[in-house]
Design a protein around this ligand. Structure first.
Ligand SMILES: Nc1ncnc2c1ncn2[C@@H]1O[C@H](COP(=O)(O)OP(=O)(O)OP(=O)(O)O)[C@@H](O)[C@H]1O
Ligand SMILES: [Mg+2]
Length: 415
């Protein structure tokens, strides 16, 4: 029997909760044996930041990145490792920093999805560049912001073309609000997007490799109450469409770890936000769904490294466009055809077989850990680090209750 050891790197900013969970589950899972009886052992390590030679070989087999979207030293290290060392990345800066929200809207429109009407407007305040004055004087067309807004129709959302975390997002109901928001946008490049007013359901889906969890979301609640524990809140067809759209966008851009937002109104699915390079996986946000997310991260990391899955940065767009461009195919059939491409890309079937045959113990491992003192300690520490002192007691009880509910459901499911 041969043995091999894999090192998973975690590139982190301020998070302590999910990395601790990931490390605990990977440790408790123990070695994984593949189909040819090779034993795969796992270590997780937090990546540190230091000078690096472009020719140095990284020690990692796979890196989960949560930092490079704002910190450029690790970003450039990831690019070097992707180009030179075949390092497997969740996610690659090649795809995420060059293909953000705006690119996702464009791709989805091209694929025939129901992205609300969206217009990109030039900067309110110009970029600081010596050549700007001449260029804009010569080439920038004057435009009437009010008529752009009227052509879309109020209410509208103004939001950064590449944004995240609600920064710079404003709901606009009239011309006064429009001008105020545009004046405040300064040097940020903005979209104006028609609001899906009066939607029935906000579905937020978190995708990790071949798995997707669709959760009912309420953006008007405080962070700890945005995800509600509701199963079957979408009818089967719509639920499947939401999963397909998320997986499609991820496969299209080679995104492996991403959260997507869709608004559902009268059984129509409107995608509004499909590019989050660093999706929220905090215990305090995901609560009941936290064990699912950590398991999916561990399973996908193990699957990719055991099977030697190769990272892909080339976009095979033509295969998707060939479906998009067929006039004879109605929307529903296109969605079905995209799903096949996306499932193929993520090897959904092979992954499911792999999990069933090679990772059969992980559900039990997670359940025991959630019921352990170790997990409780992490929960308490996380609440203490997240909320003000007078709320600690309340929120510790709150999250203990939610995770106990998960454990009870999971016991029932496992029988
Ligand atoms: N077209 C729209 N119709 C209705 N609501 C919208 C629309 N666009 C944005 N919103 C609302 O504004 C919120 C923030 O917008 P968006 O998700 O595009 O920005 P973000 O900065 O990526 O936010 P986050 O990082 O929380 O996902 C959405 O969660 C939703 O509640
Ligand atoms: Mg969003």
């Amino acid at each position: 029997m041969t043995e091999t050891t894999h090192l998973i790197g975690l590139l982190l900013g301020t998070e302590e909760d999910w990395p601790a969970a990931f490390e605990a589950i990977l440790r408790r899972l123990g070695p994984v044996t593949d189909g040819s009886d090779t034993i795969h052992r796992y270590n997780a390590e937090r990546v540190t930041i230091e000078p690096f030679n472009l020719r140095s070989k990284p020690r990692y087999d796979l890196v989960i990145d949560r930092l490079a979207y704002w910190y450029y030293v690790p970003r450039e290290w990831l690019k070097k490792a992707a180009l030179m060392d075949d390092l497997y990345l969740l996610n690659s800066p090649f795809t995420f920093q060059s293909m953000e929200k705006h690119a996702a809207y464009c791709a989805m429109m091209r694929l025939g999805l129901k992205v609300p009407e969206t217009v990109l407007v030039p900067y309110k305040n110009p970029p600081d560049h010596a050549k700007y004055a001449y260029t804009s004087q010569r080439y920038n067309q004057p435009f009437d912001l009010d008529s752009v807004a009227e052509s879309i129709g109020y209410p509208i959302f103004m939001k950064p073309y590449d944004g995240g975390a609600w920064v710079g997002v404003t709901q606009i109901r009239n011309p006064d609000e429009l001008h105020k928001a545009y004046d405040e946008s300064g040097q940020r490049l903005m979209h104006l997007q028609k609001a899906v007013a009066g939607y029935d359901v906000f579905a937020r889906s978190l995708s990790i490799g071949a798995e997707t969890m669709v959760m009912k979301f309420d953006p008007d609640q405080p962070m700890h109450a945005r995800y509600s524990i509701t199963h079957d809140f979408l009818d089967a067809g719509v639920g499947d469409e939401v999963v397909t759209i998320g997986r499609l966008v991820n496969a299209f851009f080679r995104w492996e770890f991403n959260s997507c937002e869709t608004l559902i109104k009268a059984a129509e699915v409107y995608p509004i936000d499909y590019a989050n390079a660093c999706p929220d996986v905090a215990i305090t946000s995901l609560h009941y769904y936290f064990p699912w997310a950590i398991k999916a991260l561990v399973k996908w990391s193990v699957f990719c490294t055991v099977t030697g899955r190769r990272a892909r940065y080339d976009l095979d767009t033509r295969r998707y466009f060939d479906i998009a461009d067929r006039d004879d195919l109605p929307y529903g059939e296109k969605i079905g055809a995209y799903r096949q491409l996306a499932d193929d890309y993520f090897e959904v079937e092979r992954y499911a077989d792999f999990c069933a045959s090679r990772l059969a113990t992980i559900d039990e491992v997670m359940l025991r850990w959630i019921e352990s003192v170790d997990f409780d300690r992490l929960l308490v520490e996380t609440v203490r680090a997240t909320f003000p002192a007078h709320e600690h007691e309340h929120f510790i009880a709150h999250y203990r209750g939610l995770l106990a509910a998960w454990a009870k459901d999971e016991r029932g499911r496992l029988g």
